[in-house]
Design a protein around this ligand. Structure first.
Ligand SMILES: Nc1ncnc2c1ncn2[C@@H]1O[C@H](COP(=O)(O)OP(=O)(O)OP(=O)(O)O)[C@@H](O)[C@H]1O
Length: 619
């Protein structure tokens, strides 16, 4: 019962329904005891004594009792449903809330299918037990107690004799519970592993098909499916073994009653009416005993399900607000970011970032370059406080980010991730996701800056076009542009572009970057890119390798040094040798003047687009 104690906060507020449900069911059960007594009266007082005129009155009485009993049963059903559903509602809301605040560390390992099955099947099992199962168990106890008392009042020796098999029945039921509980746990685990497999398969269907791995996927699923079947067969085996035993003990009681009770009637120790009443009372007891397997099953299932829910609810939140965490005042945030000797490792792996130092004054542009897995995204994840830094510290305007409330820290940042996620809503909804009370004009301006407006206008429903869960129907570059618009609309103090233009062609990238130049003004910007062209105007470029900074400086400075930066530059511009020569000689002036020409061409466009900043100034 420990599990249900721990879940108390979710149903205790609804205890009035619990009490009402118990009272109603017990009343209905007590009324059920009237039948055996009426039967006894009918045989001993009416039929044996030939008082047939009393039969219609007895029939009316039975009908009356039935109606009252049915009313109480209805009330029990209604109150139980209220209790169960309200509990499920409370639990669902708490679980969803918890999922929102669980840290990135949890989601690194979490499986979607498993979480989905906890939120659906497990929640339902708990709802059914709290709503119905618990009261039913109380009812079983009550039926047993009432039944035995009534039988005792007729004949205590016969009662004891017929009860002889009950301890065996109870013992078998308890053994059954001990076996069936772990079996149900295995069923749930294999069910969740199967759901995960289906979910991953549907999500990754393109990869599966492109590698023609359908047979492999079928085999993989067959294994999990087989596992699920095995667990069910095993559970059915436990049922098959214990149920006939329980039935045997139950029926033995009836045999004893008929044998001994019949002999007592012949000896006139009890009347015929009493034996008939006894007979219906013994079923009154055996019925719930028989059903005890079902109740135990219901209880064990919901106990296993409850454990899995508690596991999520008690999951440790790695990243959370300190007590009295600082809430930033948006208009006072400058955007000065510093990394002081930060070393960080995911789990117990070798550090993804080692001895990392960076000073990004407010409004500066920092470029991060490096091979895959060199730690670029980790810098951003740490700045976002997706993970807590334990070695070294990161500050925003001089305050350690661990002292700032997560919500207010992240509200000052907007990030465009490498992989774009779009919600299954309209394009307008997706662009306006990070901001409440957004106007259509602001959405359009952000989309224009991100060079998304034109293709959006070509869609059948324009900004009202619904894009799928994963932005289906849009190209990678189009999705990325929507994500960029979403970040720009948030008007952050710190803008982070994590390979944000990797999926767009060079020309579009160039256009987007011109848009960025405008919006980057007054914000600290971090740009992660593989293309040097995306970084060369940064105030400082850091070149990373295996979590360490191997080069740092401006584009012009780095171009004068032998090292990975120049190597990368040469590779990327290998087919434009003239550019390399020009660049290495007077990189800065050439680039600046080229940019100036392009800038002038789009001055009018920029003027309109930069109005999106109006929103930011107001903050
Ligand atoms: N969530 C995670 N859990 C465990 N290890 C991780 C996680 N994210 C990244 N890593 C590891 O940390 C190291 C740095 O990864 P990071 O994502 O920062 O590299 P990156 O430079 O951004 O690479 P890319 O350019 O491919 O995105 C890698 O070795 C990577 O395997």
């Amino acid at each position: 019962m420990e599990v249900f104690k721990q879940l108390k906060e979710f149903y205790w507020s609804e205890r009035r329904f619990l009490y009402a449900s118990i009272v109603c069911l017990m009343t209905a059960t007590a009324l059920g005891l009237v039948y055996p007594n009426l039967l006894r009266y009918l045989i001993d007082e009416v039929i044996s004594k030939g008082q047939f005129s009393a039969v219609p009155y007895l029939a009316l009485l039975v009908a009356g009792v039935m109606i009252v009993k049915a009313t109480f049963q209805f009330l029990h059903g209604a109150t139980s449903a209220r209790l169960g559903n309200q509990t499920a509602f409370n639990l669902r809301a708490a679980l969803y809330r918890k999922l929102q605040y669980l840290s990135f560390q949890y989601y690194d390992k979490a499986r979607t299918g498993d979480l989905m099955s906890r939120l659906t099947a497990d929640l339902q099992a708990v709802r059914d037990f709290i709503g119905f199962g618990f009261v039913q168990i109380l009812n079983v106890i009550m039926m047993f107690a009432f039944g035995v008392i009534m039988m005792m009042s007729i004949n205590w020796q016969l009662t004891l004799l017929t009860m002889i098999c009950m301890p065996f029945l109870v013992y078998t039921a308890i053994r059954f519970e001990g076996k069936i509980h772990p079996a149900f746990r295995s069923i749930r685990q294999s069910m969740s592993s199967m759901t995960t497999s289906v979910q991953e398969n549907i999500t990754g269907v393109r990869t599966v098909k492109s590698f023609a791995r359908e047979p492999h996927e079928i085999d993989k699923f067959a294994e999990r499916n087989g596992n699920y079947k095995e667990n069910n067969v095993l559970t059915a085996g436990i049922w098959a073994k214990y149920f006939p035993l329980m039935e045997l003990f139950a029926n033995l009681s009836v045999v004893i009653l008929l044998g001994v009770g019949g002999w007592m009637v012949i000896n006139e120790s009890i009347s015929l009416g009493e034996l008939v009443a006894f007979f219906s009372l013994i079923w009154y007891i055996i019925g719930p005993m028989w059903g005890i397997g079902f109740h135990i099953n219901n209880f064990t299932q919901s106990k296993a399900a409850g454990e899995r829910l508690i596991e999520v609810l008690h999951q440790y939140e790695h990243v959370k607000n300190k007590e009295h965490a600082l809430v930033l005042q948006p208009d006072q945030v400058q955007g000065h970011v510093r990394f002081d000797n930060v070393t960080f490792a995911y789990t117990d792996k070798q550090p993804a970032l080692a001895g990392f130092n960076l000073d990004a004054p407010a409004g500066s542009v920092i470029g991060l370059l490096g091979g895959t897995g060199s730690g670029k995204s980790t810098v951003i994840q740490l700045l976002l406080r997706a993970y807590n830094v334990k070695d070294g510290r990161i500050t925003l305007d001089g305050t350690d980010i661990r002292d700032i409330s997560l919500e207010s820290l992240r509200s000052q940042m907007a990030i465009v991730f490498q992989e774009t996620f779009l919600f299954s809503s309209s394009i307008k909804g997706n662009i306006g996701y990070g901001v409440s009370d957004v106007t259509m004009e602001e959405v359009i301006q952000a989309a224009k800056l991100a060079k998304a407006h034109d293709f959006i206008m070509e869609l059948p429903m324009g900004y009202d076009t619904i894009v799928g869960e994963r932005g289906l129907g849009l190209s990678g570059g189009q999705k990325q542009r929507i994500a960029i618009a979403r970040a720009l609309l948030k008007n952050p103090k710190i803008l982070i572009l994590d390979d944000a233009t990797s999926a767009v062609d060079m020309e579009t990238e160039h256009e987007i970057q011109r848009g960025f130049e405008e919006v980057m003004k007054g914000r600290t910007t971090f740009i992660i890119a593989h293309r040097i062209s995306s970084l060369k105007h940064a105030d400082e470029i850091l070149v990373l390798d295996e979590g360490r900074i191997v080069q740092r400086g401006t584009h012009a400075e780095l171009m004068k040094q032998e090292g990975p930066y120049l190597e990368t530059y040469k590779i990327q511009f290998a087919d434009q040798p003239d550019d390399i020569d020009a660049d290495t000689e007077s990189i800065h002036s050439a680039a600046a003047s080229a940019e100036q020409v392009k800038h002038d061409e789009s001055a009018a466009e920029m003027a309109a687009a930069s109005q999106v900043n109006v929103r930011g100034l107001a903050h």
